[in-house]
Design a protein around this ligand. Sequence first.
Ligand code: GRF
Length: 209
Amino acid sequence: LRVAVLISGSGSNLQALIDAVEGRQLPGVEIVLVISNKASAQGLQRALKHKLPAAYIPWKKREEAEQQILSLLQLFRADLIVLAGWMRILSAEFTSQFPQRMINLHPALLPDDSGDTYTTSDGSVIPALRGLHVIERAIEAGLKVTGSTVHYVIPAVDAGPVIGRAEVAIEPGDTPDTLQEKLKSQEHRLIVEAVRAYAEQVHLVAPAQ
Ligand code: GRF
């Protein structure tokens, strides 16, 4: 399975995937390309350190950037695209070209449907936070629990079939920074599991030739 990872920042989830591949925890998976829309993204350095092809695509005009990304994805024959801390909204024209082939990591709990609420494991109903600044919004809303979701990408933003979730308690004194760290440590596990499940599924459907 040839995986491309799109990032905008620190790339700790990219690192989790790199570590899992290098540690042979993702058999059959290869990271073939890393793309960032920010030149200064620490994730680009991580990619280079591990000798992975890495590209910076400036996001000035969306259409142009998407065209460049598309060309690279084709050139590197990516089977699966992982949005791991990718902070730009991709157009429907773009995402619809990768049905069931693009997954996103979102730092809030999203429901199975397109509804506006999520029911946590202890039965509390909380708002399904989509879009930007969801970590801050979870704290401001006084939520006791939030989490992260990994899901397939569909044209609607932060929606699409859910692959996995992890709940994280918001404790008194949590700040956006402390909460983000807690979420990330769950995400590192979630994203690796999602890619593993995807790779296994692909194998079931199409055995390696
Ligand atoms: C993650 O928390 C992800 O959910 C959000 O951005 C963060 C990316 O972190 N969309 P990193 O760049 O992988 O460290």
